[in-house]
Design a protein around this ligand. Sequence first.
Ligand SMILES: NC(=O)c1ccc[n+]([C@@H]2O[C@H](COP(=O)([O-])OP(=O)(O)OC[C@H]3O[C@@H](n4cnc5c(N)ncnc54)[C@H](OP(=O)(O)O)[C@@H]3O)[C@@H](O)[C@H]2O)c1
Length: 215
Amino acid sequence: MTRVRVHNFTISLDGYGAGPLQTREDPLGVGGEALHDWFIPTRAFQRINGKAGGTTGVDDDIAARFGEGVGAWIMGRNMFGPIRGPWPDDAWRGWWGKNPPYHGPVFVLTHHARPPIQMEGGTVFHFVTGGPREALGRATEAAEGKDVQIGGGVATIRQYLEAGLIDELHVAIAPRLLGSGEHLLYGLDLPALSYECTTHVPTAAATHVVLTRRQ
Ligand SMILES: NC(=O)c1ccc[n+]([C@@H]2O[C@H](COP(=O)([O-])OP(=O)(O)OC[C@H]3O[C@@H](n4cnc5c(N)ncnc54)[C@H](OP(=O)(O)O)[C@@H]3O)[C@@H](O)[C@H]2O)c1
């Protein structure tokens, strides 16, 4: 059965999943890049980006579950890129180059319709204007029994949490303070939404937490 998962989503100690003022130069907002200091050195990250080498150990073991058993992806328009408002043209095709690390259908939540984009390596970006439930319905169908992974960003994960539609959420808490930006959990009553902490693994680089929704 399809499970809806978030994996390798990183927040700062003060709860931000991205810094403020996202631009092409700062995809994760000002200061946000440092959130991924635990992830970027790992062998899993290097492999995801088509490179060899990288660190092994607990961070790598956890990071390697990215995309495992996943048949389709969902992300918000700001994770897809820094452009806001109506698309000026079709030039922007994501941050990830010609061959993004998804290798399957990716459903991008947006208010601004756009034809699908076929990338190398099997990634196809579909732009969904009907909201989170429509995106999840299409992703679940496309996943053909595999899991759906929600990549981010913050606003997207928050909507799926509030709707009780995420089965498992892995958050890496980085030892960084951002002070402002996009806050992941502010104002969400997770126990009332049936979430409990089922895994808690500290490493030198991050504290890994898994929240699971009781059925
Ligand atoms: N820390 C991590 O591990 C991690 C992982 C992934 C991403 N990020 C970062 O998170 C940041 C992006 O997060 P974010 O919270 O700003 O944005 P987001 O969730 O990526 O995207 C939000 C945008 O998606 C569209 N959208 C969202 N809900 C919608 C709905 N119900 N109906 C239609 N469209 C909808 C809207 O765009 P429009 O109205 O403009 O169409 C909205 O402004 C980026 O900096 C990214 O790099 C961090």
